[in-house]
Design a protein around this ligand. Structure first.
Ligand SMILES: Cc1ncc(COP(=O)(O)O)c(C=O)c1O
Length: 354
């Protein structure tokens, strides 16, 4: 948070217009521009962006929505909220993004295929050429969960832009934030954008009529002011993350026990997280912790195993994801992580395994 950001927030506070104002509007325009989409709609979380994306696409009761089994709970909860059925799909064993072959397979046995939510997990885009082709064949809406992948690219196109709707989160740990909870929905479709705008504001249309059933998902002007400033710097921060990742890649290639993340050649990964697979994860975590190195697990539970999901969907098994969740560990990653710091982490991992 630099002085310019603090100044911009001060301007909003002094100005006295806190919602439905010009700052969020400008942030939306700049975000859409940066993303390469026609429209962007600011909301109050990434979860809201996914929910309103599905709702704008008229996904509802009885619709089957395909979701990768390896993701955060919020990729799935909006589906359940709309009384639609999540259908869990396996992920690729190298990139952990949705497996298009399994997606095709699951579509053939579904009753009402309606939408797919490819998740750009850890900052790398799912194979959107395959996903969109499959979606076209089966008439599915595509809502990409881009919450972890601000300005990741695939063949030069940005995350969120290769879908009917893209959903972003600005939760403080994300590649860019609004210093609080916030989200953005992007689309090229003017009707979807219009509906999403109405849905975030009590379902109220331009004429002031509550035509849809909507709640309040608006973004505040103060947070919009922070987002506008962060947008100017996110590309540099992503470059910093990529630099740290390449040092990790070089060092970890020499440690047999560690499976480093794979980056598809078409992709520009933005390393929201740097996640490796290891044997005996809990001992390694403890060892790193004793040496002052914090780690995380994203995520310890497969999406289909959360009690709130099982209660609605029953039990399913997705073997690869279940094993993966026991082996993954997120190593330190942020834009200002220095080369020396990455070496220190890798020295300790090396020490542990030797
Ligand atoms: C993959 C994924 N989907 C959805 C979300 C939900 O975003 P938010 O926390 O802003 O509601 C997050 C972030 O927490 C996420 O990482």
């Amino acid at each position: 948070m630099d002085d310019e950001t603090i100044e911009a927030v001060g301007d909003v506070l002094r100005g006295g217009r806190y919602v439905k104002g010009p700052v969020v509007e400008a942030f939306e325009e700049e975000f859409a521009d940066h993303c390469g989409t026609e429209y962007a709609v600011g909301v109050n979380s990434g979860t809201a962006a996914i929910l309103l994306g599905l709702q704008a696409a008229e996904i509802g009761e009885g619709d089957d929505v395909f979701v990768p089994a390896h993701t955060y709970f919020a990729s799935v909860s909006p589906v359940l909220f709309l009384d639609a059925n999540p259908v869990f799909v396996d992920v690729r064993t190298d990139t952990y993004t949705i497996d298009p072959n399994d997606l095709e397979q699951k579509i053939t046995t579904a009753d009402n295929p309606a939408a797919v939510i490819p998740v750009h997990i850890y900052g790398q885009m799912a194979e959107m050429d395959r996903v969109t082709e499959i979606a076209k064949t089966h008439n599915l809406h595509v809502v990409s969960d881009s919450c972890q992948a601000h300005f990741a690219e695939q063949n030069g196109q940005k995350a969120g832009s290769i879908a009917d709707i893209g959903a972003f989160s600005f939760y403080p740990s994300k590649n860019m934030t609004v210093a609080g909870d916030g989200g953005m929905l992007v689309t090229d479709d003017d009707e979807l954008a219009r509906r999403a705008r109405a849905l975030r504001n009590h379902g109220r249309d331009e004429a002031g009529v509550h035509r849809h059933l909507g709640l309040n998902y608006r973004m505040s002007e103060v947070l919009g002011a922070v987002g506008k400033q962060q947008l100017k710097r996110v590309d540099d921060w992503n470059a910093g993350r990529r630099r740290a990742a390449s040092v990790y890649d070089d060092r970890l290639a020499d440690i047999d026990e560690v499976v480093a993340p794979a980056e598809n050649t078409d992709n520009k990964h933005v390393y929201h997280l740097y996640v490796v697979q290891v044997p005996d994860r809990s001992n390694l975590r403890e060892y790193l912790d004793e040496n002052g190195i914090g780690t995380g697990i994203h995520y310890p539970t497969p999406a289909h195993e959360h009690p709130a999901v099982v209660e609605r969907c029953g039990e399913t098994s997705i073997e690869f994801v279940e094993g993966l969740c026991e082996r993954i560990i997120s190593l330190p990653m942020h834009p200002r992580l220095s080369e020396e710091e990455v070496h220190t982490v890798c020295d300790h991992i090396e020490e542990y395994y030797t």
